[in-house]
Design a protein around this ligand. Structure first.
Ligand code: SF4
Length: 328
């Protein structure tokens, strides 16, 4: 019998700005507008150069949602010659491509035209659904309205964008809410076939936030939700967990397919207190599974040609490269 495979992507994490229009009750990533809240082009370049030298294939651009709505941010961004964070992101995605790294952007809620434009320079994109429930944790976060998020994930499907989404556990939702969220993702995928992975992410309480006293989710509960996800989601969607936040070794037997993006260079800026496992430990974490590197665009979307033509040569080159590595 073939051994089951567990995949991961080798990435660099680029938080272009910590400014965000939402105010989620569990967040320590968001900051007010201040000097240094925008990652400078020189810093991005340096990380991309080092990431390329370390064999990274994915540039994860994740940053606060609609930062331009926060007073003072447009003026600060203008110092770098940009009026809009998405223009800034677009240009830095091009830089990543020049370094031979495929961009994957999660910029929060985007309009269809914003997504269409970014898809020219992104091999895949993402937006966590988090939950279909209306929660206290999100009461000051207009972008976390479930209907707004579902609409964007649906738009991505219409545009044939290979897409990552997921649910966040322990932010006040019930088990029924989790089931409903997974059913919504399943139904979107049935209509458009664009979901490549669903992250089952555990909320980790952070000092100094309104939800600092939250208890989080233990490994048994994570396992139950992973099994639920495997039950609900079609087989062509990978179930992913973040191995810096959860006990991946214990959870892989529950049905995990993927460990997400792991960086040899950058930290997880959303959960900076949780370090990535070392690459040398991944085999041990995978246990009796075959550990395999993947790109941020899954193989079936490469076969389907779900990417902008300008990304084709780099995708093919990196795809061949990681297949060759697999064989050696
Ligand atoms: S969790 Fe994300 S969307 Fe919510 S406040 Fe923080 S950066 Fe903004």
């Amino acid at each position: 019998m073939d051994r089951r495979v567990i995949t991961y992507s080798r990435n660099v994490f680029l938080p272009l700005t910590t400014v965000c229009h939402n105010r989620c009750g569990y967040c320590i990533f968001r900051t007010p507008v201040h000097e240094g809240c925008i990652m400078r082009p020189g810093e991005v370049n340096e990380i991309l150069a080092q990431g390329a030298a370390l064999g990274c294939t994915e540039a994860l651009f994740t940053f606060g949602e609609k930062p331009g709505l926060e007073p003072g941010f447009p003026e600060l961004l203008a110092r770098y010659g940009y009026q809009n964070i998405l223009d800034y992101c677009y240009d830095l995605c091009e830089t990543a491509i020049d370094y031979g790294i495929l961009p994957h952007t999660n910029a929060g809620i985007l309009t269809t035209s914003e997504m269409e434009r970014l898809s020219e320079v992104n091999a895949s994109m993402g937006l966590m659904l988090e939950t279909t429930a209306k929660l206290r944790a999100h009461r000051f976060s207009p972008g976390k309205d479930p209907s707004v998020r579902i609409a964007m994930i649906e738009d991505a499907g219409r545009m044939k964008i290979p897409f990552t989404t997921g649910i966040l556990l322990g932010i006040g939702e019930t088990m029924e809410d989790r089931e409903e969220s997974l059913l919504v993702i399943r139904d979107l995928h049935r209509r458009y076939g664009h979901i490549q992975e669903v992250i089952i992410q555990n909320f980790c309480p952070k000092e100094g936030t309104p939800m600092a006293s939250g208890k989080g989710v233990d490994t048994d509960e994570m396992c139950t939700v992973i099994m639920l996800a495997k039950d609900i989601l079609p087989n062509d969607i990978a179930v992913q967990i973040p191995p810096n936040l959860a006990d991946a070794r214990q959870l892989i037997p529950c049905g995990v397919d993927d460990l997400g993006g792991i960086s040899p260079l950058t930290i997880d800026y959303v959960n900076p207190e949780h370090r990535w496992p070392e690459f040398e430990r991944l085999e041990e974490i995978a246990g009796n599974r075959v550990l395999q590197e993947r790109l941020c665009i899954y193989p079936r979307f490469i076969r389907l040609g779900w990417f902008h033509p300008r990304l084709g040569p780099l995708i093919m080159k990196l795809d061949q490269h990681i297949r060759k590595e697999e064989r050696t």
